[in-house]
Design a protein around this ligand. Structure first.
Ligand SMILES: NC(=O)c1ccc[n+]([C@@H]2O[C@H](COP(=O)([O-])OP(=O)(O)OC[C@H]3O[C@@H](n4cnc5c(N)ncnc54)[C@H](OP(=O)(O)O)[C@@H]3O)[C@@H](O)[C@H]2O)c1
Length: 301
């Protein structure tokens, strides 16, 4: 089967691409950076640029599934300009893909797209399921709603749409984990915010398997891409401190201070989202790393 991936060169996309190639899929990918275009056996890069309406039609030939991951990083400072880029790189790129599929002959049957648990409201008590109406009223909530709505439009073309609301993705060398480890290793680690806020997370390996599961099981609809065992910020920092064998010398850093330093972006560490994995478990997906202890032991071995 031939799959077209956007955002294939990123943190999730690169691991996903390697896995799909190992399973025998043919991977075409779209990149906005000509320097990242490669052509190898079952692996073909094509230039696109949604902002310039640039697209190489060859990329779509024989493609049955699109995995849509493209989006500029939300870890950058949340300036007005960066926020605009975070939104347009997701919403406009999705609209551009829709326009291409509407206008061109194609064989695409399914779109599997990234979304984020940032859509859910900050709450210590609520359990967020896919049909939860408790939507975040800040920038992330607005962005994810627009992004998902744009992705759902593919259904109007008779294409199945599967959306993964992805939690904090853990991997050894990239993403959130190195950022969590660095301060602890350098003796300025601390519990951030109240410490009781809940992080819903997933090992990158499980996330990669989930995308393939969505294709092989022809999933459609929204699914939370998180493990069944979220952790509190305090549990996470203490687990890391134990594994890294480092003391925590600093006291807890209050949310108000994080807000002062990080601005609106502080929600990325202080917000609490207990997100349910029940729906994907009911589909029969078995997590390889359901618990934080095992995930960290694997990642930091
Ligand atoms: N990592 C997480 O913890 C996490 C959690 C929740 C949701 N997600 C979502 O999952 C998706 C993939 O995440 P990731 O961590 O792999 O992100 P990433 O490493 O930042 O990669 C995203 C990719 O998007 C492409 N891109 C960037 N700006 C673009 C633009 N203006 N137009 C079109 N493409 C653009 C880039 O590919 P090219 O340079 O090749 O064009 C880049 O490689 C993102 O949409 C992200 O929001 C991630």
């Amino acid at each position: 089967m031939k799959i077209l991936i956007t955002g294939a060169t990123g943190f999730i996309g690169s691991a996903l691409t390697s896995y799909l190639l190992s399973k025998g899929y043919v991977v075409n990918y779209l990149t906005t950076d000509r320097a990242k275009i490669k052509d190898a056996i079952r692996y073909h890069g094509f230039y696109w640029n949604p902002a310039k309406s640039a697209f190489d039609s060859e990329a779509l030939v024989g493609v049955e599934v699109i995995i849509h991951l493209a989006g500029s990083s939300i870890s950058k400072r949340w300036t007005a300009k960066n926020k605009e880029e975070m939104t347009s790189s997701r919403v406009d790129s999705t609209r551009f893909l829709y326009q291409i599929l509407e206008a061109q002959k194609h064989e695409v049957k399914q779109v599997v797209a990234a979304s984020a648990i940032g859509i859910y409201r900050d709450s210590l008590t609520e359990i967020h399921r896919e049909d939860s109406a408790a939507v975040d009223s800040g920038f992330l909530g607005d962005l994810v709603q627009l992004w998902e709505a744009e992705n759902r439009r593919f259904e109007q073309l008779g294409i199945d749409v599967c959306l993964f609301r992805i939690g904090m993705v853990l991997s050894k060398n990239n993403g959130a984990l190195p950022e969590l480890i660095k301060p602890i290793n350098r003796y300025y680690g601390a519990v951030l915010g109240s410490g009781v806020q809940i992080h819903s997370w997933i090992h990158r390996e499980d996330l990669v398997y989930l995308f393939e599961f969505a294709i092989s099981h022809q999933l459609k609809g929204v699914y939370n891409a998180v493990t069944p065992h979220p952790v509190t910020q305090r549990e996470l920092v203490y687990d890391l401190k134990k594994i890294l064998k480092k003391p925590l010398l600093l006291p807890r850093i209050p949310a108000v201070l994080l807000k002062l330093v990080l601005g609106e972006q502080h929600v990325l560490v202080t917000a609490s989202q207990r997100v349910s994995a029940d729906k994907i478990l009911k589909e029969g997906y078995e997590f390889k790393f359901p618990e934080m202890g095992k995930a960290l032991a694997n990642l930091l071995k």
